[in-house]
Design a protein around this ligand. Structure first.
Ligand code: 26V
Length: 817
């Protein structure tokens, strides 16, 4: 296709419909149309993807390999059309063909290959890397089932499978000729042969890794990168020979392993279970990726000596950390390198991003699991551990504690974070505060040995998706006020909006856009769930994974307090509120599920009480995911970012709300700290203990009872919770966790000390909201100062400070928007 006029697109869609979907236009439904559109765009992208690869080969650019167990992509059709500059043409083509374009876009299932922030971050970064002209490939598993679909039944979360591939497959380009073999189990023998130590691995089980590539477009550029998703298959021919040799058990073992490895994304977030399978998934994807990268390099250059000059591998949390021993294995066992040279190359290639400091989320694997499953990797890990231990001992002579704390293998466990810190040339946190915690607390001893290794790259979001695409009203206003659409490639230009912070007419238009977004979300909520949202109320939103440290329970406690106050004083003067929650709980995380149940009970109680009519509403929005966030965030006015200080590594939802003009009620945690530096006390409602204060309180022997005894309102909230509501369910277990700690620290996340400060912050927000002008100004300044939270800025930081890759733009001369 030479050009992408609406006619050219319509013709191409028509042809895909007939040839690939076997449908005439008159019999096509929205799913057929979506598939046809996706195939048309896939062709355009596939061609540009080849051009990009040729360009990378010719220029021999340094490439980035971004490894992540999660990529929370959401929908791609509108995104790709937007990036290619053909969204208007596509929309018109679909209308001309007799369809509502939005029906077609909304038919696309979310590619939910992730649990939360870490996975969405990877997706935003893929967009920015393509846009900034960085040759980059992402790697993950092609999970057959993505993040579970959440259904609320009688107030409780139930989990349903998410069969995204059914339609999502349209984006994938299978590359069976680039299949890699991954080996599990068996035995390893080492023998000297021809003057070098040779390693022989026998008796293993094989799983084949088959790439299914997805093209990743960038905005306004011809560059198209790749996201390589590995599918698992049993090796058919070996399988048959095993059968003929009578090794039936092994053959069926291989089949079983292959069938299960790429089946489902782990729904756990910070709550590990099903450990063995997760380890198999990690090694499967890491081994396939490492082999694939090395094979391509070797085929091109005939040597791996300069590998690190051409490649950098960024690992997203510790989940892909086995890439380190796996690369060592391939360099040594397959390409004959000695340890020292292999180590020099590998440790100059791999860089690690940490995404959490919660102890239960720092991965460790038992020797009992690792050694039999990955015998050669286990050898290599032990060797890395010995050598690193020697370095630690030399740096801290005679200090056994330091040796223990920095050890990679200790007490029959492999500690993945310590492995990354020892082996990677760069370790970064994801907000200024989080990076300080890594440097000065979590990895203090290792950081003292290599201070330059430790960096910060504050997270960022794809502002083209999270502002321009999801909020067309605001996008139009920004373009009008800044004179053009330049902010799409230069997010800092949002700053130019500050000029209008006292312009009454502009502020009114801002308010109107928000009001329209609220109306539009209310229609969505009515259509999806039959909810009737009061659009005259403040939309107050907390949307993120459900976790105790994120403190959805604190929000619920405040709502309960508001409800009780309203009952006592039905004429209370306050601006009506709609509290909206969106959150999935890890299926095995009982307390998180109880909190969902509590929110549902509270919601029903409030809905049934006439005193709340037109004043107070609470809704739990089922199945929070990327596409729901896209509808919800532009309609939000208050953004709840209320984690216990020191626990949220960064947060990225906070940035999305800010960029859409919601005002934050938040603690000094993660990237909120940087938001606060930009906004000041005047444009944010800050409350609560700081991380230092919380630590000091804990050290002084924190007793939640003191707060309970001192604050009658808080006491009443907890008593009511324990009693339960109209549906007869008691939440005594939750109050017990707060007051006495049932199998946990009492009130581990400091809800009680923060309750009163939170209540006051809420009250202040409610008051300011009534001064429409003041509120709209805050909202405008939030948008204006959000440019620094664009993923383009983060990727620029990675490119400069860690990857040493140039980042350029390749403007697409035909691009029009
Ligand atoms: C840990 C585990 C442990 C084993 C079971 C499965 C599983 C899945 C995920 C994790 C770690 C999750 C780490 C994470 O998502 N961190 C979030 O990363 C965001 C992007 O940097 C950041 O904004 C959030 O603050 C941080 O919680």
């Amino acid at each position: 296709m030479a050009s992408y006029s609406k006619q050219a697109l319509a013709d191409a869609i028509y042809s895909k419909l007939r040839l690939n979907c076997g449908r005439e236009l008159c019999e096509a439904n929205a799913s057929h149309m979506f598939r046809a559109c996706a195939l048309v765009l896939r062709d355009i992208l596939a061609e540009r993807n080849l051009d990009t690869q040729n360009w990378v080969r010719e220029t021999m650019s340094r490439q980035v390999h971004y490894m992540s167990m999660e990529f929370l992509l959401g929908r791609s059709l509108m995104k790709n059309a937007f990036n290619l500059g053909i969204l208007d043409a596509l929309t018109e083509a679909l209308s001309d063909m007799g369809f509502h374009p939005s029906d077609i876009f909304e038919t696309e299932p979310d590619a939910g290959l992730g649990n939360g922030g870490l996975g969405r971050l990877a997706a935003c970064y893929m967009d920015s890397m393509a846009t900034l002209g960085i040759p980059a490939t992402g790697y993950s598993i092609c999970y057959e089932l993505g993040a579970f679909r959440q259904k609320i039944v009688n107030g409780e979360q139930t989990e349903l499978p998410d069969d995204w591939l059914n339609l999502g497959e349209a984006w994938l380009i299978p590359k069976p000729d680039e299949t890699e073999e991954v080996r599990f189990g068996g035995t390893v023998d080492q023998r000297w042969e021809d003057g070098r130590l040779r390693v022989f691995h026998t008796g293993y089980v094989s799983v084949l890794a088959v790439p299914r590539d997805m093209a990743v477009s960038g905005y306004g550029t011809r560059q198209v990168n790749t996201l390589r998703l590995w599918d698992a298959k049993a090796p058919v021919s070996i399988d048959m020979s095993l059968f003929s040799k009578g090794e039936y058990l092994k053959a069926s073992e291989q089949n079983a392993m292959a069938a299960v490895i790429a089946k489902v994304l782990y729904p756990a977030d910070h709550h590990p279970e099903g450990k063995a399978l997760r380890l198999k998934q990690q090694y499967f994807f890491v081994s396939a990726t490492a082999q694939s990268i090395l094979r391509r390099h070797y085929n091109e250059f005939g040597t791996l000596r300069d590998f690190h000059l051409r490649h950098v591998i960024q690992i997203n949390d510790t989940h892909p950390a086995l890439a380190i021993p796996e690369l060592m294995r391939i360099f040594m066992d397959d390409y004959g390198f000695g340890w020292d040279e292999a180590w020099r190359i590998v440790s100059n290639t791999v860089a690690y991003t940490n995404h959490t400091v919660l102890p239960e989320a720092l991965e460790h694997w038992s020797q009992d699991l690792m050694e039999p499953l990955l015998p050669r990797i286990w050898n290599i890990l032990c060797e890395i551990n010995n050598r690193y231990g020697a370095q630690v001992s030399a740096f801290y002579p005679g200090d056994g504690d330091k040796l223990r704390d920095t050890a990679i293998v200790w007490n029959r466990e492999v500690r993945m974070a310590n492995l990354c810190v020892a082996a990677c040339f760069s370790v970064n946190g994801v907000s200024a505060m989080h990076s300080d915690i890594l440097r000065n607390q979590l990895f203090r001893d290792a950081a003292a040995m290599a201070p330059d290794k430790f960096k910060n790259v504050t997270n960022g979001i794809d502002h083209r998706r999270w502002l321009a695409q999801v909020n067309p009203g605001m996008d139009a206003l920004v373009r009008e006020l800044t004179g053009n659409d330049g902010y799409l490639l230069e997010p800092q230009r949002l700053r130019e909006l500050e000029r209008f912070s006292s312009d009454g007419a502009v502020l009114e238009r801002l308010e109107k856009i928000k009001a329209q977004n609220k109306e539009s979300f209310a229609r969505y909520a009515r259509r999806e769930w039959g909810f009737a949202l009061n659009t005259g109320a403040i939309f107050d939103v907390q949307a993120k994974r459900l976790h105790e440290y994120k403190r959805q329970l604190l929000n619920a406690m405040h709502i309960l307090h508001l409800y009780l106050t309203l009952k006592d004083n039905p004429n209370m003067d306050f601006h009506p509120r709609v509290f909206l929650f969106g959150a999935k709980a890890a299926p095995a995380y009982q307390t998180a599920k109880e909190i969902i149940r509590l929110i549902s009970s509270l919601s029903a109680q409030i809905a049934a009480d006439p005193v709340c009519k037109d004043r107070l509403q609470v809704f739990f929005l089922p199945n929070y995911r990327v596409s729901l966030a896209e509808a919800l965030i532009p309609a939000s006015e208050i953004s709840e970012q209320i984690s216990a200080a020191g626990k949220e590594a960064s947060g990225t939802g906070n940035m999305k709300f800010m960029m859409n003009g919601a005002v934050t009620i938040g603690t000094l945690d993660g990237a909120n700290v940087e938001m606060h530096q930009l906004l000041g006390d005047e444009n944010m409602f800050l409350f609560g203990l700081t991380a230092k204060e919380a630590e000091a309180l804990r050290a002084a022997g924190y007793n939640p009872r003191e707060y309970y005894d001192r604050n009658p309102a808080l006491r009443r909230v907890l008593e009511e919770m324990a009693k339960g509501f109209g549906d007869g369910v008691s939440y005594a277990h939750l109050t017990e966790r707060l007051l006495t700690g049932a199998h946990c620290l009492p009130d581990e996340f400091f809800l009680l000390p923060d309750f009163e400060p939170y209540r006051r912050a809420q009250e202040r927000a409610g008051e300011v909201y009534r001064d429409r002008d003041a509120w709209n100004r805050m909202s405008l300044l939030n948008i204006a100062r959000s440019g620094g939270f664009a993923a383009d800025r983060s990727i620029g930081d990675y490119a400069r400070e860690i990857w040493s890759v140039p980042y350029r733009k390749f403007p697409d001369p035909n691009h029009s928007r």
